[in-house]
Design a protein around this ligand. Structure first.
Ligand code: ZN
Length: 367
């Protein structure tokens, strides 16, 4: 099997970069459509439109209604038939919608993430939801965005919970890409991983460990520091490339399993992934000190470590079985682990993480 590596054509990150998006476009044209929800539109429309206008683009606006559904994609695509470039701004759902619209209308794509919580900005796929807001399907577009623009001042101004969630997703990227690499499993493009993707995932993890605490402190005050810059790049660029070209494994499957029980619905994607990463470490038989280290880091930056932290105060046997079975569905990436995984093993790893994390928390409280 061949090795594959895919990435956006260009990536720009810095304070106030929204003011000169136009100068970074790696293509030409004269019609653009901007897709964002009302809140994001108020933040990004003025600088984006002024900057695109200076490069000769007329820009239409379409207000995103909040959910990446097939109907929403069709509705927006109908407004974007003859554009040269689709610009999507906001969180994962807005960007995923913009990606699907771009595929439908055949234009260029610029993604402008306004939070650093997901891997959506750089990737080539969209996560689709049903009208009832449940996971529907993945849509693979086979092509990554042409340009990703991250304004660190905008990202630092968003609630800290988004940055933290993105950090959890970025930490998972390393452990999952490494598991997939060791197992010689396939990545999102059905190819083998590359040494490049593996190295990016490793740097992603190191960056979060080195700068995570400092970045969270800065963003609590809406401040942009070098640590914020480092973490935003890790959450967005490194995590995006690392997961897509490196491959996923147990952590994201545990996340998917957790979403099957209602009490976890208030936890973000990254928060559930964090419990997934700890579960993966137990499944893999990692040394206790390695697991303690990640629990301690999570507690320092305010990420969940116990089942209660993600809404499951007193999980029933039924709930644990539901989670463990969903985690091991045949299509789940947990089967990329270099050993056989069963629902029983997942259940036992989950409750062990819970016990380890509770003990660690109590120890912290006594200090
Ligand atoms: Zn993720």
């Amino acid at each position: 099997m061949t090795r594959t590596f895919n990435a956006p054509s260009a990536y720009v990150q810095g304070r106030d970069v929204l003011d000169d998006v136009g100068t970074h476009l790696p293509f030409e044209g004269d019609r653009a459509v901007l897709i964002a929800d009302e809140t994001v539109m108020n933040i990004v429309a003025d600088p984006l439109v002024a900057s695109l206008d200076a490069e000769g683009f007329s820009v239409d606006h379409v207000t995103f209604r909040g959910s990446c559904t097939p109907a929403e994609i069709d509705r927006i695509a109908a407004h974007a038939r003859d554009v040269d470039v689709v610009v999507g701004a906001g969180g994962g759902r807005a960007l995923d919608t913009a990606k699907a619209v771009r595929s439908d209308v055949g234009a260029r794509l610029v993604t402008v993430p306004t939070i650093a919580s997901t891997d959506a900005p750089t990737s080539s796929l969209s996560v689709l939801y049903t009208e009832d807001d449940e996971f529907d399907d993945f849509r693979f577009h086979g092509v990554n965005p042409d340009l990703v623009v991250v304004d660190t001042a905008v990202v630092a101004g968003a609630p800290t919970r988004f940055l933290r969630s993105g950090m959890a997703d970025a930490v998972a990227t390393w452990f999952e890409a490494d598991a997939a690499y060791r197992a010689d499993a396939t990545n999102v493009f059905d190819g083998r991983s590359t040494r490049t993707a593996h190295a990016i995932a490793r740097t992603c993890y190191d960056t979060i460990r080195e700068h995570g605490r400092g970045a969270v402190a800065a963003v609590e005050r809406d401040a942009v520091t070098e640590s914020v810059d480092a973490v935003v790049e890790a959450n967005t660029l490194m995590s995006g490339l690392g997961f897509e070209s490196g491959g996923l494994a147990a952590a994201h499957s545990v996340h998917d399993g957790l979403t099957r029980v209602e009490p976890t619905h208030h936890a973000t994607h990254g928060e559930k992934v964090n419990v997934g990463t700890l579960t993966q470490l137990v499944l893999e038989g990692r040394e206790t000190h390695t697991i303690h280290e990640l629990i301690d880091f999570s507690l320092d930056v305010g990420l969940p470590v116990t089942l209660a932290d993600v809404g499951l105060d007193a999980p029933t046997d039924d709930q644990l079985r539901t989670i463990a079975e969903a985690t091991c569905e045949p299509f789940e990436t947990i089967h990329n682990e270099p050993f056989e995984v069963t629902p029983a093993a997942v259940r036992d790893a989950l409750v062990t993480v819970d016990e380890l994390a509770r003990k660690r928390k109590r120890r912290d409280e006594r200090r």
